[in-house]
Design a protein around this ligand. Structure first.
Ligand code: UD1
Length: 384
């Protein structure tokens, strides 16, 4: 349903892929509370499987999107182009005061580019993160989206330096904290007990378990990388069973490489992609997380769970310097050494970074209202 309020106060919010849903939920809720701005939600359809969509909308209490572009999968060029083509008429009809995009997926960049060329202000939430690895599609999306943005909200101080180095004026940038942790604060009490999720898998292992997630092209696309990676994790599973919710992209790659049946072993507890409340419950009660996901690096830091990050770099360095994450890469020897270290020391303890306090979205809504010149609800009750 199109908003009927004054068009200059509509914030067009875009989501496309699973991590976007988690980030947008607290923002939509904060915009509702703030009162002077109205959200219009557009879903590009970059992720379309019910497992990656419906349960997230339900678990996070996200309203049904006002428009759906249904772009589906494709090469980066096709997917990005298709989002741009289908998004333009939505933007034209909505005539928002600003476009708000989150994260670093193709939907983020594609819609920011359309808006910037039409003179619609672009607001980027989770700006300024850099892995300095341009082989990652997300790094290209981050750099370009930030260049196109008029107002940039960042989660950690290093992002301020990254943006300054790229010539983005400090006056456009606000350090507000982490909306992903807002979502975690809101939902953790409702997290699914792992006993429920692992019922069909023989229950929760008595001595605990590790959680594994994998989906980055650099880990799953090449069987010569994926096979030894999986073997290294299977070795860990002999001591600490590994609960593995498998992303559709990873499942397709495992199938193609003939590796899917390797998971049918006592070291693994394989699950389909799980919902938000499910992963929260699994991670909260895990002894260890192994992952290449950006979001889980942050969530483990917030929950105080040791995390072995299966990447050579991270755009979220505060999870290493203050949090519970260790950068391990994907070589079997490095994974084995990091696991030994975890067994010896119990893993990194860490602390929760400043402003990861569950109130980032509230700050975003207040800053956005002030920036657009909209009166803050409650402060100017007589304003138009
Ligand atoms: C995308 C994001 C990544 C994010 C991840 C979270 C980009 C460049 N990548 O990666 O940053 O961490 O989402 O999940 O935007 N597929 C399905 N069902 C779906 C969607 C995808 O089966 O609903 C399969 C298709 O085979 C598709 C492949 O996954 O070709 C890749 O999907 P895509 O959206 O391009 O990237 P992700 O790997 O999901």
């Amino acid at each position: 349903m199109m908003n009927s309020g004054s068009p200059e106060r509509v914030i067009l919010c875009v989501v496309g892929a699973r991590p976007n849903f988690v980030k947008i939920a607290p923002i939509l809720s904060a915009l509702r509370t703030e009162g002077s701005l109205r959200a219009y939600l557009c879903h590009t359809g970059q992720h379309y499987d019910p497992e990656l969509n419906d349960s997230f909308f339900r678990d996070l209490d996200i309203p049904s999107p006002d428009s759906r572009l249904e772009v589906g999968s494709g090469s980066h060029a096709i997917q990005t182009a298709e989002i741009m083509r289908r998004f333009e008429p939505v933007l034209d009809a909505c005539r928002p005061a600003a476009l708000l995009v989150v994260g670093d997926v193709n939907s983020t960049l594609a819609t920011a580019l359309v808006a910037a060329k039409k003179g619609v202000p672009v607001v980027h939430v989770e700006a300024g993160l850099r892995s300095f690895d341009r082989t990652m599609p997300e790094e290209i999306n981050r750099i370009l989206t930030d260049q196109l943005s008029d107002l940039l909200f960042v989660t950690e101080p290093v992002a301020l330096d990254n943006l300054a180095r790229e010539g983005i004026p400090a006056s456009r940038v606000r350090l507000v904290g982490n909306v992903m942790i807002d979502a975690l604060h809101r939902q953790i009490a409702m997290a699914t007990p792992p006993s429920q999720l692992l019922e069909q898998q023989g229950g929760v292992p008595p001595d605990g378990y590790a959680v594994l997630t994998l989906h980055r092209p650099s880990n799953v696309d090449d069987p010569a990388v994926l096979r030894p990676l999986l073997e290294a994790i299977r070795t860990i599973g002999r001591q600490l069973p590994v609960v593995f919710p498998v992303h559709p992209r990873t499942k397709a790659r495992l199938e193609a490489a003939g590796l899917l049946d390797r998971l049918a072993s006592p070291e693994f507890r394989v699950l389909p992609p799980v919902g938000y409340l499910d992963i929260l419950g699994l991670v909260r009660d895990a002894r260890l997380v192994l992952t290449d996901s950006g979001g889980l690096q942050e969530e483990t830091t917030a929950l105080g769970i040791p995390c072995l990050t299966l990447r050579d770099n991270t755009e979220r360095p505060i999870t290493l310097s203050e949090g519970t994450s260790t950068l391990v890469g994907n070589r079997p020897e490095a994974i084995a050494a990091a696991y030994d270290d975890f067994r010896r020391t119990g893993g990194k303890r860490g602390r929760v970074p400043a402003l990861w306090d569950g109130r980032a979205a509230e700050r975003i809504a207040a800053e956005l209202a002030a920036w657009l010149g909209a009166p803050l609800a409650g402060k100017h009750p007589s304003s138009p």
